[in-house]
Ligand binder design. Structure first.
Ligand SMILES: NC(=O)c1ccc[n+]([C@@H]2O[C@H](COP(=O)([O-])OP(=O)(O)OC[C@H]3O[C@@H](n4cnc5c(N)ncnc54)[C@H](O)[C@@H]3O)[C@@H](O)[C@H]2O)c1
Ligand SMILES: O=C(O)C[C@H](O)C(=O)O
Length: 354
């Protein structure tokens, strides 16, 4: 077998094994593997928790995104298989797998965007806060890696309870001296995706033509859809407002119960996370007018973190828009959610500061 062929086979074999080095040996000479670098000009994205219910379809969707040149898939289990599988998709994104905590740093070096869906999901009867004990520690460890290896990356936090895991991430980054509030975003896109779907059903239009702002946080009553600000404007009866608000606030529980102990939303979440990641990358590229709701460090209310519509740009979160005029139903929902949201934020701070 020719040396060249042997080198090619070795490179493919090491890729399938989840190897993370770009160095290849050809004719006894070590060199950088240009083909493994990914298309020029694209972004480097890591998914942490890539083997999970969200992580796998999210990895597939990121491999399909033309803005992504390099995709790193990290988990504590099964990344060689997921990486081999996703890497066969004939898009130009280069995929590399990383397994276990000794490979976390390699997974993170040089990343522009890090998406974190690592952690356990709910079972029926649980609240998102019941996940805190396990997921808080997972998010802390992963964010310590981000602080060390890619402190300028945008960070999309999916792991629940988002109302606490985002403050934990902020504290970890602060402790490491690299916190930039513009680059830390809790992913609440699924609330908007659900709101668009449920409102579209009620008013009888295509969901792609609806945009519902959803503000506050990402758990129960902290999820506050602003139905008075749906774009385009629709007027709803009181019964419709009550039905839609409850359904949007309990969309996660609806899926958890339907899945009957096998997990929570994964496919719709991967769809939502991929949409949000694409928006973040378009912002980083410098596209104008990229606006999404997200749970971010905020001055929109007196709470230190709050989900509202933000403008995404090269810096990350470039502007958080004020809530706009609320009707009395929304004003009352806003007052009710503040206590619970503040308590979840404080719980995250306390955990990370101990
Ligand atoms: N923000 C949202 O809107 C939203 C929506 C749905 C689910 N979630 C949350 O996302 C999380 C993941 O949900 P899922 O259904 O994918 O769960 P899952 O159990 O299917 O997958 C989680 C993955 O995380 C991995 N993992 C565990 N510890 C890790 C570590 N230290 N480092 C790297 N990976 C690790 C697991 O091995 C697993 O592959 C849950 O906390 C869930 O509540 C959030
Ligand atoms: O509900 C959950 O536990 C998962 C997620 O937060 C969701 O909204 O689907």
């Amino acid at each position: 077998m020719a040396d060249r062929t042997r080198a090619r086979i070795a490179r493919i074999a090491s890729h399938l094994a989840g190897a993370h080095s770009n160095r290849v040996h050809e004719n006894g000479v070590e060199r950088e593997d240009c083909r493994a670098k990914g298309g020029a000009g694209g972004f480097k994205v890591a998914v942490l928790g890539a083997s999970g219910g969200i992580g796998q379809p999210l990895s597939l969707l990121m491999k399909m995104n033309p803005l992504v040149s390099v995709l790193h898939l990290y988990d504590v289990v099964n990344t060689p298989g997921v990486t081999a599988d996703v890497s066969h998709m004939d898009t130009s994104t280069v995929v590399r797998g990383f397994l276990g905590k000794e490979q976390l740093e390699d997974a993170l070096v040089g990343m522009d965007l890090v998406i974190i869906p690592a952690g356990i999901p709910r079972k029926p009867g649980m609240t998102r806060d019941d996940l805190f004990k396990i997921n808080a520690g997972i998010v802390r460890t992963l964010c310590e890696g981000v602080a060390k290896c890619c402190p300028n990356a945008l960070l999309n936090i999916i792991s629940n309870p988002v109302n606490s895991t985002v403050p934990i991430a902020a504290e970890v980054l602060k402790k490491a001296g690299v916190y930039n509030p513009k680059r830390l975003l809790g992913v609440t896109t699924l609330d908007v995706v659900r709101a668009n779907t449920f409102v579209a059903e009620v008013v009888g239009v295509d969901p792609k033509d609806i945009d519902v702002p959803v503000v506050g946080g990402h758990a129960g009553i902290t999820i506050l859809p602003l139905l008075s600000q749906v774009n385009p404007r629709f007027s709803f009866t009181n019964e419709e407002i009550e039905y839609l608000t409850n359904r949007i606030q309990n969309g996660g529980t609806e899926v958890v119960e339907a899945k009957a102990g096998t997990g929570s939303a994964t496919l719709s979440m991967a769809f939502a996370a991929a949409k949000f990641a694409d928006a973040c990358l378009r912002g980083l590229r410098g596209d104008a007018g990229v606006e999404y709701c997200a749970f971010v460090a905020s001055e929109v209310t007196e709470l230190p973190f709050f989900a509202s519509k933000v403008r995404l740009g090269r810096a990350g979160v470039e502007e958080a828009f004020p809530l706009g005029p609320l009707n009395s139903y929304e004003r009352s929902g806003l007052e009710k959610l503040k206590k619970e949201l503040q308590a979840s934020i404080d719980k995250g701070f306390a955990f990370a500061r101990q």
